[in-house]
Structure formats: structure tokens, C-alpha cells
Design a protein around this ligand. Structure first.
Ligand code: THU
Length: 160
């Protein structure tokens, strides 16, 4: 049996004040996007801001449904909005933050597996890596330069 080590590189900042300016601005947009969330069932809001190559910022929030499996995550909500409003303008970065109705989340909440897959497809479609900036309501910020750093052994259209 051979063993293979996969190294993933995450940037970690103790708080948002230490972030590069562009990342901090996008995170502020993500915080504003929390107001777009419709999360009456979980009370867990997710705010996302997607930056396009030409500098447009598209916001999205999670959209829940009484039929629970129909819930749409904030990440996919923002990517769908960007693909609709700026179909020729690839997303280059996404900031993601969360807010719980009953407690303070003080660590980054990583995107769910389904959203990682969708972000990965978006990267492949536009041949453009997407920088991801993650922060809870407060606390440290984690950044990666591509979603592939959050998704080892990812599935891609190249298999099909
Ligand atoms: N949620 C997201 O918006 N993004 C994720 O990556 C994980 C979960 C939403 C879905 C649901 O509205 C709420 O968070 C609780 O799962």
C-alpha cells in the first residue's frame, strides 16, 4: 500500500483588521448580505459577497423553505445571482460569514460539501480560481486561494 499526503494551505488571520484591504471590504459586504438571508427555521443566517473580475459585488443569503430539503445555501444563492447578473464576468473571490440567532459564532463556518462542489464547478467553468474568505460573526478569518484547498479528491467534469 502506498500512502499519499495532501497538503492544503490556509491563510489564517487573528481578526478581520489584519486582512488585506480587498478581503476586508468583501467581508463587510458579506456581513451586509446577512440581511438577505431568509432563515426562519434554523435561525442561522449566512451572508455571502461574490466579487467579479471587473469589480462588481453580488450579495446572497441562505433561503430556507418549510420543505426543508429545498433550502438554498447562501453560497449558491450568491453564485446563482452572479451567474444571472454577470454571465460573462467570472467570480474571483467570495466572502462568507454567518450569524446564529441564539449564540455568537466565533470561528469560520466552512461552506457545506454541496457548496464546495458548486464553487469548484464555477472555477472550472471560467478557468478562474476563487479566493474564499471565511469568518464567523467574530474571531479569526481563514482564506484560501481556491476552493480546491477545501475539497481534496474533488469530482470534476473532466471525468465525464
Ligand atoms: N447553510 C448555508 O447557507 N451554507 C452552508 O454552507 C451551510 C448551511 C444554511 C442552510 C440553512 O439555511 C442553514 O444554513 C442551516 O443549515
Amino acid at each position: 500500500m502506498g500512502k499519499k499526503k495532501i497538503t492544503l494551505e490556509l491563510e489564517e488571520y487573528p481578526d478581520s483588521s489584519q486582512l488585506p484591504d480587498a478581503d476586508r471590504r468583501l467581508l463587510t459586504e458579506a456581513r451586509a448580505a446577512l440581511d438577505l438571508a431568509y432563515a426562519p427555521y434554523s435561525g442561522f443566517r449566512v451572508g455571502v459577497a461574490a466579487l467579479t473580475a471587473s469589480g462588481a459585488v453580488v450579495r446572497g443569503g441562505n433561503l430556507e423553505n418549510a420543505a426543508y430539503p429545498m433550502c438554498l445555501c447562501g453560497e449558491r444563492s450568491a453564485l446563482a445571482a452572479a451567474a444571472s447578473q454577470y454571465p460573462e464576468d467570472p467570480v474571483v473571490a467570495m466572502a462568507i460569514t454567518v450569524k446564529h440567532r441564539a449564540k455568537t459564532i466565533a470561528e469560520p463556518a466552512g461552506p457545506c460539501g454541496a457548496c464546495r462542489q458548486v464553487i469548484s464547478e464555477t472555477e472550472d467553468r471560467f478557468k478562474q480560481p476563487i479566493r474564499i474568505i471565511l469568518q464567523g460573526e467574530t474571531g479569526p478569518v481563514v482564506c484560501v486561494n481556491t476552493v480546491k484547498d477545501l475539497l481534496p479528491l474533488y469530482f470534476t467534469g473532466a471525468f465525464l
